[in-house]
Design a protein around this ligand. Structure first.
Ligand code: ADE
Ligand code: ZN
Length: 330
């Protein structure tokens, strides 16, 4: 669907399509444990978040140079633009690369090169969000933020991702305080597989402005009331939830109930190369499975621009919102 939208929950490493993975593997002399792209795609059967993360981290071995990261981001931006994405706030996982000996500067400069020309090339404005891996230590997160200091002009926010259960937001209090002191905005994954309490911690202890996923808030009516009252955006990823079995089928997705409750929901793609679709595909999927009408779809698109970190450029936000209002559904 080409409805104008902002993508606010997108892991750039999760946009690595099998074809590009094989091309980069050949270029960099990396041997993949799969013979063909078909064989790799056939491995995309996941039981839960961890089973996906195992493959997601393994496949990153092909990303080595600045050019690799620039190519990855450019390919994503082209696909996103073709599906109506006008603004993208893009996650990256520096620790997954520095652990393999790839310097953080290589990652950020490579991504940055694609992002800085994106508006001209693809008509998509961009921001970069540095994510900490929550299954690594708090010290590792602090070291990562420190290593990113020469590149802060390219980064607008910090996030928290990877294996959720057993790694509550409170573990990262100190690094979020340090990020605040550096003037960075804050988001965190919470309530994807983890309990509603993790969403409260992300708000109360980390001070996040958006919650990534946040699905499990629906188990806690008091928390829902708070999220509605404070208009906290939730960056939902419907196709991800089905693939990682957070919900049984798309028809069981709580999105309609969440919208009816007054939650500030947005629809995003998470790791589109693995979960069967980009931002527009996620909109198509919820429209078809949940019978969302034009006004609900327009609300989701409007919400995405309202939740975007565009406070420094309200004119741009207003322009994008006007595009949403002007969009004609066929
Ligand atoms: N990293 C990439 N995708 C993720 C997800 N859906 N949840 C947590 N960490 C992730
Ligand atoms: Zn995610």
């Amino acid at each position: 669907m080409h409805l104008p939208k902002a993508e606010l929950h997108l892991h750039i490493e999760g946009t690595l399509e099998p074809e590009l993975a094989f091309a980069l593997a050949e270029r960099n002399g990396v041997t993949l444990p799969y013979a063909t792209t078909e064989e790799l795609r056939a491995a995309y059967q996941f039981d839960d978040l961890q089973s996906f993360l195992d493959l997601y981290y393994a496949l990153m071995a092909v990303l080595r140079t600045e050019d690799d990261f620039a190519e990855l981001a450019d390919a994503y931006l082209a696909r996103a633009a073709a599906q109506g994405v006008r603004h993208a706030e893009i996650f990256f996982d520096p620790q997954a690369h520095t652990a393999r000996g790839v310097p953080i500067g290589t990652v950020i400069e490579g991504l940055g090169r694609a992002l800085e020309r994106s508006e001209e090339t693809h008509g998509v404005s961009t921001q970069l969000i540095l994510c900490f891996l929550r299954d690594l230590s708090a010290e590792s997160a602090l070291g990562t933020l420190d290593a990113a200091k020469p590149y802060l002009h390219r980064i607008s926010a910090v996030g928290l991702d990877s294996a959720e259960v057993g790694h509550p937001p409170a573990k990262f209090r100190e690094v979020y305080e340090a990020a605040t002191a550096l003037g960075l905005r804050k988001v965190a994954h919470a309530g994807e597989e983890g309990p509603p309490e993790y969403i409260r911690e992300a708000l109360d202890i980390l001070g996040v402005e958006r919650v990534d996923h946040g699905l499990r808030c629906m188990e806690d009516p008091e928390l829902v009331a708070r999220l509605v009252a404070d208009r906290v955006p939730l960056t939902l990823c419907p196709l991800s939830n089905v693939t990682l079995r957070t919900v049984d089928t798309l028809k069981d997705h709580p999105l309609p109930a969440m919208l009816a409750a007054g939650l500030h929901c947005t629809v995003n793609s998470d790791d589109p190369a693995y979960f069967g679709g980009y931002a527009g595909d996620n909109f198509d999927a919820v429209r078809d499975a949940l019978a969302l009408g034009p006004e609900q779809l327009r609300t989701l698109a409007r919400n995405s621009f309202e939740a975007a970190f565009l406070d420094h450029d309200e004119e741009r936000r207003a322009r994008y919102l006007a595009e949403v209002e002007a969009y004609a559904f066929d």
